[in-house]
Design a binder for this molecule. Structure first.
Ligand SMILES: *Cc1c(COP(=O)(O)O)cnc(C)c1O
Length: 388
């Protein structure tokens, strides 16, 4: 399956390995079994294409999907089977209640205002509506406080109007296994969830999965690790899902002292060779990589020479000559692949892999590949048992 723009016109080729994606899903599912594994596909599946990603994950056995916005859930409705559960993490925005109910999308109720609006709609429809409740266990971002739960529980009718599908919370420091807040949040969440009617519980994102079974609860919610990113600083157990190659659009020799790019910030003491590639910061390649990042060709590191422009980057490719290599118009250089990971790029740019991944632009030619690795896996993903 391929997507516009065409391979000939695009400045970069983004390859998404759906076999690696589903292998990552099954790997995580195996680690947390008998807990169940959802998939977080918000922000267009972290930029990789929510419909392709979610379909592939449903094929691997995933039955629970989380997005951030109702709009994202509605778009997935037509792609996934009617029986999968679609949760909206950002909750129920005022005015969106009817559309949410009509599509059978499950809002994560993050505050009392949302809870009352959803209850009122259920009452007017004369039938209970499904919901998840988020408890704020110490991150102060989204969710009900202990005092909010007091108020909620004081409304005797509330849980006759709402069918509680999930009780969840979110960890602030799951990528830091030693952080004391992880245990504190887990304990607080368990205590508060005990006050609610019985429902499956969910706490762990990717990092939380690697904190151990105490954090797995009934359902885990990985996002970034499905897409190949390390859940913490330990060696990355996930398979790479994304490859990005950029097209060379010009190559030139420069003399000693010639300056390169905006601000004329790069020069060589010796003559050299510069290749310009058709990817820039408008394609999500951070400007912070000016004179800092690199591309690779035949495993040779090609440093970014000068500033990253909007639509192009200049590379110092002088090192290739020493290997008897050169670049020519139309050749591809590796931006993400075996020699350079999302973690490498994020580190060089002073950010996190999430930001690099979700920023990958819309101007790339996209190819979804499925190799045969999957058929060699003999894992049966766990099917729904807790939910009804
Ligand atoms: C984004 C998000 C996740 C997924 O987090 P990763 O770190 O990408 O695994 C899980 N839960 C919530 C509430 C989120 O916002």
């Amino acid at each position: 399956m391929t997507h516009a723009p065409s391979r000939d016109m695009a400045g970069g080729l983004l390859t998404i390995d759906l076999a690696a994606l589903t292998a990552n899903y099954l790997d995580l599912a195996r680690r947390v079994s008998p807990s169940r594994t959802a998939a977080v596909v918000k922000a267009d599946a972290y930029g990789l294409g929510a419909s392709c990603v979610a379909s592939a994950l449903e094929g691997a056995g995933c039955q629970d999907f989380f997005v951030a916005h109702l709009e994202e859930a509605l778009a997935l409705k037509s792609v996934l089977s009617p029986n999968v559960r679609l949760y909206v993490l950002n909750g129920l925005q005022p005015g969106a209640e009817a559309a949410c109910a009509k599509a059978s999308v499950i809002p994560v109720l993050n505050g009392l205002d949302q809870a009352w609006r959803w209850r009122d709609l259920a009452m007017s429809l004369g039938a209970p509506l499904p919901a998840a409740i988020q408890i704020d266990s110490g991150m102060a971002r989204l969710g009900l406080s202990a005092a909010d739960l007091d108020t909620l529980l004081a409304d005797a009718a509330f849980f006759s109007q709402i069918s509680l599908m999930l009780v969840m919370s979110h960890l602030a420091c799951s990528d830091e296994p030693e952080a004391p807040s992880n245990e504190a949040q887990q304990a607080f969440f368990a205590r508060q969830a005990d006050r609610l009617p019985p429902a499956p519980r969910s706490l762990a994102n990717s990092g939380g999965i690697f904190l151990g079974a105490a954090h797995h609860a009934d359902l885990v919610r990985p996002g970034v690790s499905l897409y190949g990113v390390a859940p913490n600083d330990a060696p990355n157990p996930m398979r790479a899902v994304v490859r990005l190659d950029a097209k060379v659009i010009q190559v030139r020799d420069i003399a000693a002292g010639d300056r390169v790019g905006y601000g004329l910030t790069y020069a060589r003491e010796a003559p050299g060779r510069i290749a310009t590639i058709a990817v820039g910061y408008a394609d999500g390649w951070p400007r912070h990589l000016s004179n800092a990042g690199a591309a690779y060709s035949h495993g040779v590191r090609l440093p970014i020479a000068g500033r990253v422009s909007m639509d192009s980057i200049t590379l110092d490719v002088s090192a290739l000559a020493g290997q008897g290599l050169d670049l020519k118009l139309g050749d591809l250089v590796e931006l993400l692949g075996p020699h350079q990971t999302l973690e490498d790029v994020a580190r060089a740019a002073g950010t996190i892999p999430y930001e690099i991944l979700t920023g990958l632009g819309r101007r790339y030619h996209r190819t979804y590949v499925e190799d045969t690795t999957m058929s060699q896996l003999s894992v049966t993903p766990r099917q729904a048992t807790v939910f009804s």
